[in-house]
Design a protein around this ligand. Structure first.
Ligand code: GRF
Length: 203
């Protein structure tokens, strides 16, 4: 679906802890007009991760709140959400972000996350990165996939927006499976954001 080019792009921030492939992909779709978002801010857990190269290339301002991890979850959340309010951000997109972030009431259904399994299977504390795919392979699953969901105050738990599946092949290892799931993620996140934006527009 091509967006209406006259629509005002919806202000978002993307929060990262890794290589930032979704940050890059979403910024690409925003630049081509395929997704009506304006990536106003990149929030990172560290100042030395690959994702920040993408932010730099796309001229997206970066902040690294509490890099030393000294703050309580609540104080960290205060810092993050005041930065978002200050930047005029309306929706927060977690994209390979690895830290517990309590969600204030005013931000319920405004924070999205993508997880590389078919939740509720293989989700929750400790299930991230290749640990997810290793567990899927160990259990002998025949399908896997990804889930985009709203974030609440329990890991990988909030309402589901989009799920996409892919096969698990007999000779898969975690790398091969992760790559196949990621191809579905590249479709699922924009689709979920379009759904979210249409709800925002009608509300
Ligand atoms: C994706 O697999 C996503 O499902 C998970 O983090 C990965 C993207 O982060 N939440 P990155 O591009 O590897 O940093």
């Amino acid at each position: 679906m091509i967006s209406n080019s006259t629509a005002i792009p919806h202000p978002v921030a993307v929060m990262v802890s890794g290589t930032g492939r979704h940050l890059d992909h979403l910024a690409t779709l925003a630049a081509s007009g395929e997704l009506p978002i304006d990536v106003r801010l990149c929030l990172s857990t560290r100042s030395d991760i690959g994702a920040l190269q993408h932010a730099k290339r796309w001229n997206i301002p970066v902040q690294v709140p509490d890099e030393a991890r000294e703050l309580s979850p609540e104080a960290y959340s205060d810092l993050v959400f005041s930065a978002l309010e200050q930047a005029g951000v309306k929706t927060l997109i977690l994209a390979g972000f690895l830290r517990f972030l309590p969600i204030p009431d005013a931000w319920q259904n405004r924070v999205l996350n993508i997880h590389p399994s078919l939740l509720p299977a293989f989700g929750g504390a400790g299930y991230y990165g290749h640990r997810v795919h290793d567990a899927v392979l160990k259990r002998g699953c025949k399908v896997s996939g990804c889930t985009v969901h709203y974030v609440d105050n329990v890991f990988d738990h909030g309402p589901i927006l989009v799920q996409r599946t892919c096969p698990v092949l007999d000779d898969d290892d975690a790398d091969r499976l992760a790559n196949r799931v990621f191809l579905e993620e590249l479709i699922a996140y924009p689709e979920a954001l379009r759904q979210h934006l249409s709800v925002q527009a009608s509300g």
